[in-house]
Design a protein around this ligand. Structure first.
Ligand code: FAD
Length: 497
């Protein structure tokens, strides 16, 4: 409520925010979480909370009047459609050179993502978070994060026989015939549930094209894990459809937080001022960076250091499809949850996930999301005349990612006698190089903050999300975001409270 005073206010309910809320509450601290997206706990007129990828409706996108599907063409035809403007679940946020996809709602990215829960290879960790003790991370915090998130791996015997992973077995065969290491990718999806989906004994989710706009069953989002346990402490309150617009010092070492309440069309319905002893920025890489850069430039937090807004990367995301021969069908039924990848990081700087094309029809296509070692880093800055934060990522910087992804797919195409699909991202366009699912950085650990996420110029202000990670995790990022948050909050609770 307007005028309230809280011990801890957490901005955002994604991985970083959920870890902070649970651990602080367990330490006996009352926490208030503020989330700009919806609660996603109430079914729509069709009885479902979330819509699927084949019929995106008002629930699909954050305040857009037309869908902006990551895979926006099929057979060279645009597939986007008009939708009512609504506080939907997936934000396709457009900057000059890149579209950044993000989850909106209680649970953040865990609502929309593929659930792929990958711990980086230990030998790569020094490049991911150079100032963090790897022994502690691999001995304590990665195992803790994996256990709390409910990470598991597909049963290899079932994988070998189920129709819904025909596409992944084709991916494996082609990878292995070209001599690439093939790996199973762990996921937070309930694998027993998926087996029952395939057996026809439960309502389908992954097998009904659900991903991107939410899963009605099967996926362990943060709503089922960290946030459920945080709520069970009785010390955590969550305000959905509330957006933080300002944080500034107040009397007594506290902070005044300005919060806009919004309706489902995006209109502001109320503005509230809350006083907090401590504030955790957990609005995601983009959300946290935009807030900090604007608050520094406009005088609310002028003491933030010059590293704020820097070190942003796209985790080297790039997508492509391959056209298979008629004797390599990938299956009309495809699980929307990927379960395997091709690891060519050491030799070629690319880790490619074998991704589904859950169209419901046979496409003879293999589809991949590659994470690459793209070295480019962008900066957020405040454009005073436009009144907004901009990101200086250049579209041409994706060429580095394409070159690395080609170390895998040029070889496979040459071995198999196949070609790239040119109809998935436009008319004769091979590479999905206009987007990222994995924004990272903007308030990098040990640069914009101290080595535990403290914004040291302002005691009681912390960053605890993907903004801390300097642009790349070598694999999908949320396990690393979670494990780093576990490490940092343990230190903060022990020394600051
Ligand atoms: P987020 O999870 O983004 O949470 C931030 C929250 O803060 C959001 O809920 C947002 O609405 C809220 N917020 C922002 N600004 C404000 C504000 N001013 N006031 C109030 N609230 C605010 N990663 C993987 O590891 N594996 C995958 O399989 C995977 N697949 C993905 C698929 C898609 C389509 C997408 C979009 C992402 C995927 N990711 C995946 C990435 C992963 O989801 C993110 O890295 C992760 O969610 C980031 O966690 P976070 O805690 O930094 O922030």
């Amino acid at each position: 409520a307007d005028g309230a005073r809280v011990p801890v206010l957490v901005i955002g309910t994604g991985y970083g925010g959920s870890v902070a809320a649970l651990r602080l509450a367990q330490a006996g601290v009352d926490v208030h979480m503020v989330e700009m997206g919806m609660a996603w706990d109430t079914p729509g007129p069709d009885g479902k909370i979330f819509c699927n990828t084949r019929e995106p409706d008002y629930r699909s996108y954050w305040l857009r009047t037309r869908t902006k599907a990551p895979l926006n063409y099929f057979l060279g035809l645009p597939i986007d459609r008009d939708i009512p403007r609504h506080t939907g679940i997936l934000d396709a946020e457009e900057f000059g050179g890149i579209t950044v996809y993000q989850g909106r709602g209680v649970g953040g990215g865990s609502l929309v993502n593929g659930g792929m829960a990958v711990t980086p290879r230990r030998e790569n960790f020094g490049a991911v978070l150079p100032s963090v003790n790897a022994d502690e991370m691999y001995g304590v915090y990665y195992p803790r994060a994996n256990a709390e998130l409910g990470v598991g791996v597909v049963d290899p015997a079932w994988f070998d026989s189920t129709a819904c992973y025909q596409y992944a077995r084709v991916g494996r065969k082609h990878a292995q015939r070209s001599g690439f290491p093939f790996v199973f990718v762990p996921d937070v999806y309930d694998w027993d549930y998926m087996e029952r989906e395939a057996a026809g004994t439960v309502t389908r989710s992954a097998l009904a094209g659900e991903i991107l706009y939410g899963n009605n069953h099967g996926k362990r989002s943060l709503q089922q894990t960290y946030l459920a346990r945080a709520r069970a402490t009785g010390r955590v309150a969550i305000s959905p459809l509330h957006r933080v617009t300002s944080v500034a010092p107040a009397a007594g070492g506290r902070y005044t937080v300005v919060i806009e309440q919004i309706g489902t069309t995006g209109a502001v319905t109320a503005v509230k001022n809350v006083t907090a002893d401590r504030v955790f920025f957990a609005a995601g890489s983009v959300g946290t960076s935009k807030l900090l850069v604007r608050l520094k430039a406009t005088g609310a937090l002028p003491g933030l250091n010059g590293e704020v807004g820097r070190g942003w990367g796209d985790n080297g995301n790039v997508m492509c499809g391959r056209a298979n021969h008629m004797w390599d069908p990938t299956g009309a039924l495809q699980s929307a949850i990927p379960c395997c990848g091709i690891d060519n990081w050491a030799a070629g700087g690319a880790f490619a996930e074998v991704a589904p094309l859950p169209t419901g029809i046979e496409t003879y296509a293999s589809f991949y999301l590659s994470i690459t070692n793209n070295p480019n880093r962008a900066q957020f800055s405040w454009n005073a005349s436009a009144g907004k934060v901009e990101l200086n990522w250049q579209a041409a910087w994706k060429q580095a990612s394409i070159t690395m992804a080609k170390t895998i797919f040029d070889k496979i195409n040459s071995r198999e006698g196949t070609i790239y699909r040119t109809d998935l991202f436009g008319v004769y366009k091979i590479w999905g190089d206009h987007l990222t699912y994995h924004p990272l950085g903007g308030a990098v650990l040990n640069r914009a903050t101290d080595n535990y996420g403290r914004l040291t110029a302002y005691p009681g202000l912390y960053v605890i999300d993907g903004a801390l990670i300097p642009g790349n995790t070598t694999v999908n990022p949320f396990v690393t975001i979670t494990a780093l948050a576990e490490r940092n909050i343990e230190k903060i609770i022990a020394t600051d409270l």
